[in-house]
Design a protein around this ligand. Structure first.
Ligand code: AMP
Length: 454
């Protein structure tokens, strides 16, 4: 038997109704905050993630699904070949960048997206979205990381992303944006019915602050590093800040003694952080400060945050995010400060208070034609009832009535509508409530209204 690959799962009914409920609510909330949807590719050049997520991150070093794509070579070869031969025919020098032959011998490295901030910022730069006055984006879709699967952690999982990005003149650096994003998340969680979340907040400062902090960390780590895990030993050399990502229990007491970034923030970063907190207080969004929250990605500056939820166990983060003022430039774009977050939709659905029953719609009525000659009449009735926004399931005239009853019962239909010769002649149909057993004859023109009545 062929099964779904390890770390992936099928989202099936009735659970998909919960997913749709969440996504519809999320779209409503985004609309109220003037966010617009983007749909970027599920795979991108590997280089985008190496630069945008960071060469030294666990995501890039261990978790990406990457492949060498030979087709790209063919396209490059063809394009440059066509341009070269056109130029030759027209007696002019070839225009544009011709791909050198050495490069043609290679392949292009592609990667399934492990997150979507880099993709959205890539699209922002590629299409000069600032020219169109667009600066608030969201996307909903699958991400891929080769992680060890467990409850709440998958290799294909879904994220709801939001990003605010724009030229500094658009106010994209303002602490008001940070507070607005955090308030949006709180609204969104309330809206889907998630209670008991905790907002953890920190500022990771600017690159200068972090360089100083990294120095201090290196010194603090030197005497203890040989007692820590191999990953931390590597991090201590390459990027000490990442030690805070460590989840190894034995390392935690050591990590608790390390200095924190808050002592190293410069005046501007400190003021920015204070203003974010003061707006949060004004709109009454509760938060706890967590000076060890640094986030695993290179491009984060200043505000970093996570929303956690008690019911989720070890994988308790529903979402994480923060400011990334340096990302656009790191990807070759203009200066464009930004802030965003990614909600783990799988975990959001796990933490939902809403039950499947409250959002899953079963058929209102099952139509049972009593004979093959009545399929057309049954289809006409179904068409009429569906126009009234009823959920209609259609039986088959070759079924015995008993089989229709069983089918209607199994799918949880509220009513069964019997379509026989006599009913058609009288233009009135037997409608039976499957829960109460009550049966009435209803004129065709009153059917929809009768079924809609609960
Ligand atoms: P990150 O991009 O690592 O900050 O993750 C943002 C959110 O995505 C996390 O808070 C999780 O809710 C979710 N997430 C990350 N990795 C996974 C995974 N492997 N499986 C399910 N959800 C994940």
């Amino acid at each position: 038997m062929i099964k779904a690959p390890r770390g992936t799962r099928d989202l099936l009914p009735p659970d998909t109704a919960l997913w749709n409920f969440v996504e519809a609510a999320v779209r409503d909330v985004f609309r109220a905050y003037n966010f617009h949807e983007t749909r970027t590719p599920i795979f991108e050049s590997t280089e985008l993630f190496a630069r945008g997520v960071g060469e030294e991150t666990d995501i890039v070093t261990k978790e990406m699904f990457t492949w060498e794509d030979p087709q790209q070579r063919y396209v490059q070869l063809r394009d440059s070949y066509i341009e070269a031969s056109n130029a030759f025919k027209e007696g002019r020098p070839p225009s544009g960048k011709l791909v050198p032959l050495e490069l043609l011998a290679g392949t292009q490295s592609l990667t399934l997206r492990p997150e979507n901030t880099a993709g959205i910022v890539r699209a922002y730069i590629e299409h000069k979205l600032w020219d169109r006055g667009l600066n608030k984006f969201f996307s909903i879709g699958p991400m891929f990381r080769r992680e060890r699967p467990q409850k709440g952690r998958y290799r294909q999982f879904y994220q709801i992303d939001a990003e605010v990005i724009g030229p500094p003149s658009s106010g994209s650096e303002s602490p008001a944006r940070d507070a607005e994003i955090l308030e949006l998340v709180a609204t969104l969680l309330d809206r889907v019915g998630i209670t008991g979340w905790t907002l953890q907040l920190n500022s990771v400062g600017c690159p200068v602050d972090r360089a100083k902090f990294n120095e201090a960390l290196k010194q603090a780590l030197a005497p203890v590093i040989d007692k820590m895990c191999v990953d931390c030993q590597r991090r201590a050399v390459t990027n000490p800040l990442r030690v805070f990502d460590c989840k190894v229990p034995e390392d935690q007491p050591i990590i608790a003694t390390l200095p924190t970034i808050s002592q190293f923030l410069d005046e501007a970063c400190r003021a920015h952080y204070e203003e974010v907190k003061s707006i949060l207080n004004a709109v009454q969004i509760p938060y706890v400060e967590n000076p060890r929250l640094v986030r695993g990605l290179d491009y984060y500056t200043r505000t970093a945050f996570e929303f956690t939820h008690g019911s989720l166990g070890a994988q308790n983060a529903i979402l994480g995010g923060g400011r990334y003022d340096g990302l656009s430039k790191a990807l070759g774009g203009p200066a464009a400060p930004g802030i965003g977050f990614a909600i783990g939709e799988d975990r959001l659905v796990l933490a939902l208070a809403a039950s499947v029953e409250s959002v899953y719609r079963k058929p209102d009525v099952y139509i049972a034609p009593l004979g093959p000659g009545l399929n057309g009449e049954a289809a006409r009735l179904a068409r009429e009832l569906r126009r009234h926004d009823l959920v209609v399931e259609l039986g088959d005239g070759s079924f015995r009535l008993k089989k229709s009853f069983e089918a209607a019962d199994k799918m949880g239909a509220r009513y069964i509508l019997i379509v026989g010769e006599n009913e058609v002649a009288a233009n009135a149909f037997a409608l039976k409530n499957l829960a109460s057993g009550e049966q009435v004859t209803v004129p065709r023109s009153e059917l929809a209204e009768r079924i809609l009545r609960k």
